[in-house]
Design a protein around this ligand. Structure first.
Ligand code: FMN
Length: 216
């Protein structure tokens, strides 16, 4: 099998978490001889080649982050330029995000099914996974801890041609955190995380409080 992979993140490759996920995913995927070509939607110079590859390939995998509960606009902008397919192209997705609970990615997942139909493709499933905020801030073992499990999913994709398996469904992790964890996370956001965001903003030269509302 040969797979066209599109990284749908608007972030340039060097800083893209999706890219680091794909690094591990494709390692596992290539083990059974599956080949692939990968493009980045963030690099508009690749769009012509990507459009051609979209027309020519019938196994396509789009990996994308959730941005403000939505599919990145740049990816949609690109997909608006491709020809609707009329062959039996199988389209699968890796939908990943920062927050850990699976539930907040489900609306995006439903939209990807509609998108597949609009592109004239056959839906081959979505691998859904949150908890990926940290990837780009880590190196070495710490990064591997988050990204290495994607290699097993790559193996599975190469075997099944999609993500319609119990193993892939379980990969999402908890749909919703139990109540005590939610309380703890809420508390941490109001205290520790708030302090962290404030010092980050100060580091970037922000002089106003984070809840500053100049237009109120
Ligand atoms: C502007 C922006 C909006 C985001 N919105 C969400 C969101 O709604 N839900 C979520 O789980 N993660 C959200 N994230 C986190 C990203 O999905 C996460 O960090 C992802 O791994 C980024 O992948 P990338 O580096 O390849 O773009 C957001 C990140 C940014 C920068």
């Amino acid at each position: 099998m040969h797979v066209l992979i599109i990284n749908g993140s608007p972030r340039v490759k060097a800083f893209s978490n999706t890219d680091k996920i794909l690094e591990q995913f494709t390692k596992g995927m290539a083990e059974n001889g599956t080949t692939f070509e990968q493009y980045e939607v963030s690099d508009k110079k690749q769009w012509d080649a990507m459009r051609k590859a979209f027309a020519e390939n019938n196994n396509i995998l789009i990996a994308l982050p959730l941005y403000v509960e939505c599919i990145p606009g740049l990816l949609i902008e690109f997909l608006e330029t491709v020809e609707k397919k009329a062959d039996d192209t199988r389209l699968a997705f890796i939908l990943q995000g920062g927050f850990a609970e699976g539930i907040q990615l489900r609306c995006g997942e439903e939209y990807l099914k509609i998108l597949t139909e609009r592109l004239g493709c056959t839906y081959a499933g979505t691998l859904v996974k949150g908890d990926n905020f940290s990837i780009r801030f880590f190196e070495g073992e710490k990064r591997d801890k988050v990204t290495a499990p994607y290699a097993a999913m790559g193996r599975r994709y190469a075997q099944d041609g999609g993500f319609d398996s119990e193993e892939c469904r379980k990969f999402t992790g908890p749909e919703v955190f139990p109540a005590p964890v939610r309380l703890l996370v809420g508390f941490m956001f109001k205290t520790l995380a708030k302090k962290g965001f404030r010092s980050m903003a100060t580091g970037w030269g922000c002089t106003k409080p984070l809840d500053y509302k100049p237009y109120m």
